[in-house]
Design a protein around this ligand. Structure first.
Ligand SMILES: Nc1ncnc2c1ncn2[C@@H]1O[C@H](COP(=O)(O)OP(=O)(O)OP(=O)(O)O)[C@@H](O)[C@H]1O
Length: 584
């Protein structure tokens, strides 16, 4: 028998009360809807100037004279400094006139580089409109971050913010508010809980003043475009940094949302210090002979997948990755390493004793790791103002300086500490993924330090599909955004433990790769790659690789993930688990 715990039972009855109140609140809200003057059919008669945008057409919304939608109490906090391009974007979206009846907002797209502050730009629109807002994001993490930015930048009350993302489902209080949802929550599902059904009904029946569509390049996918067209909103604003899709459906956005209203150039914002300048380097290395032999002799059904794994887990690539981490950690950088294949991700991260995040990582563990990633390195602390430094010194937690990520970290992660990105594997030739990943190091807090550059490395194995994919992936950043990639070719080892590099470009920073002395203070004291030196170890490693199943998070049209369960590692009789073996 379990002991009766009075505090637990009172907590439970409090929960019940809260649940009943919430249900009543839902019912009240839904009851309001049919009689509300905000229903679209009535709206048409009462407000002839406004064309409802849920028909899919472009609309101008004369919001100043609209008395039908309830007002939202929201203002920008007085201390916020809007950047010039954010102001320009706002002025193009909100057409102000001395006569309020001529002031209107139009639907369309806002195209700003990653990390330039699209969230705040769209919040500015919400602050002008002052009507209910539906924000649709690609992931739960992004929805949470959007909510935090509303609280950070505006005076809106927390109770006016609702959430319909993942297992966080609650409405806002009152007749007007902001609801944060994900694209997947717009889709019908048979498996909805009662709360989810009610929120979904509420979301569909409400007429929103503004609908903000984050990562809007996802929307042309058939299932999302249908769902988005159904949203009843006076105005829809789509946000993106990468107005491109590999299926060429990007033009559909003009019909679904509207035209491009504002676009800013990546290089221009970098020159002005709003986003970081970046050095992009492609590093190409051979496969070790043991891996090359397997690569050449692969036949049968899953050839492409196995070849891809051999290229990713090529021991030479592993060593270069280790060298870059050692070098950059020793310089006080914070490093993100991207690997799409989950087993390979775990192998690299476990061998190097660094944390990893992928689709199945529980939300609290993800938050914990991200919090530790944001703890400054010792080098950073010495540069802080003494009062900040004192506060940071008492933070005795161990910082995470290198974090391994699956493609779940491609978009929306806002980590201003990150200054270096190493791409080990990627989703074929996706130009969008390349640009989104680059975006993670554009928000670097150190971006205005003299001579500072973020570093973007992409590691490719010679004579494999990785070379052609990499060329395609760079296309958007090179031709549309003005980035250059230096190409380094690793020729071999040099006596001091570094690497011999061949390149056409002028390398002023070859010590990154060829001078072991620079890594003396590195935080990886041991070198896990040394365990992969012998042919015997490489044969075991290869046997493990050849036994791996397809295990990536599928790229859906969100450019994000529907996590799938990792397959159990099937090992051949002679294979062992490299991560455990490699640990010092
Ligand atoms: N005017 C501003 N003042 C201060 N901070 C700002 C301003 N504008 C944006 N920021 C900050 O810059 C960072 C990047 O902004 P945000 O996350 O909106 O970028 P984004 O354009 O959505 O990028 P991505 O496409 O990569 O998601 C955030 O930390 C945000 O708070």
């Amino acid at each position: 028998m379990t002991k009766h715990d009075p505090s637990r039972s009172s907590a439970l009855s409090e929960d019940m009360n809260k649940h009943q109140q919430r249900q009543k609140h839902f019912s009240d809200l839904i009851a309001l809807l049919p009689q509300s003057p905000n229903t679209p059919s009535q709206q048409k008669q009462q407000d002839p100037q406004s064309t409802p945008s849920h028909t899919g057409g472009h609309s101008n919304y004369f919001f100043e004279t609209d008395k039908n939608l309830p007002p939202l109490n929201i203002n920008l906090k007085s201390e916020i400094e809007i950047r010039p391009y954010q102001k320009e974007a706002l002025d193009l979206i909100v057409n102000r006139s001395n006569d309020p009846s001529h002031t209107y907002i139009q639907s369309g797209l806002l195209v700003l580089p990653c990390g330039a502050g699209k969230t705040l730009a769209s919040i500015l629109v919400a602050c002008s409109l002052k009507k209910s807002v539906l924000v649709v994001c690609s992931t739960v993490i992004a929805a949470e971050q959007f909510r935090k930015e509303f609280l950070k930048f505006t005076t809106v009350m927390g109770a006016s913010l609702g959430m319909f993302a993942g297992d966080r489902k609650f409405p806002f209080n009152g007749r007007s508010g902001v609801l944060f949802a994900t694209y997947s929550s717009l889709l019908e599902s048979r498996y909805r809980t009662a709360d989810a059904k009610r929120l979904s009904q509420f979301m569909e029946n409400t007429e929103w003043g503004l609908c903000i569509l984050d990562e809007v390049h996802c929307v042309p996918a058939n299932h999302f475009s249908k769902a988005v067209k159904k949203i009843k909103a006076k105005v829809k604003i789509g946000l993106t940094a990468t107005l491109l899709r590999e299926d060429e459906k990007i033009g559909d956005l003009d019909d679904i949302i509207g035209p491009i209203l504002y676009e800013a150039k990546w290089k221009e914002l970098a020159e002005k210090g709003y986003i970081a300048k970046v050095i992009c380097t492609q590093i190409e290395m051979d496969m070790t002979p043991v891996f090359a032999e397997a690569y050449a002799n692969i036949a049968g059904g899953n050839t492409h997948h196995t070849k891809a794994l051999l290229a990713i887990l090529n021991p030479n690539k592993f060593r270069i990755c280790e060298q870059l981490i050692r070098y950059h950690e020793s310089k006080g950088d914070k490093v993100l390493v991207y690997i799409d294949h989950i087993d390979a991700l775990k192998f690299y991260a476990e061998a190097m004793n660094r944390p990893f995040i992928y689709g199945d990582t529980p939300a609290d563990r993800t938050q914990h790791i991200l919090d530790h990633f944001s703890i400054p390195t010792r080098r950073e602390i010495t540069k802080l103002h003494w009062s900040d430094a004192a506060a940071r010194q008492v933070d005795t937690r161990t910082p995470v300086n290198t974090l391994f990520l699956s493609r779940i970290g491609d978009t929306s992660l806002d980590l201003p500490e990150a200054t270096v990105l190493i791409q080990i594997s990627s989703h074929f030739g996706s130009r969008r993924q390349e640009a989104q990943r680059l975006g993670r190091i554009l928000r670097a807090r150190r971006r205005n330090e003299t001579g500072f550059f973020s570093r973007f490395y992409t590691l490719v194995t010679s004579k494999t599909h990785e070379i052609a994919f990499s060329e395609k992936r760079r296309g958007f950043l090179e031709s549309e955004c003005g980035y250059d990639y230096a190409e380094w070719r690793i020729k071999g080892r040099i006596p001091n433990g570094g690497w011999d590099v061949e390149t056409d470009s002028n390398i002023s920073d070859r010590h990154v790769i060829d001078d072991e002395k620079h890594c003396e203070a590195a935080l990886i004291a041991t070198k896990p790659s040394e365990k992969l030196e012998s042919e015997d170890e490489q044969l075991k490693h290869r046997a493990w690789v050849l036994g791996l199943k397809q295990n990536s998070e599928p790229e859906d049209d969100l450019g994000t993930v529907t996590p799938i369960k990792p397959t159990k590692r099937k090992l051949s009789a002679s294979a062992t688990l490299p991560p455990k073996r490699l640990k010092a």
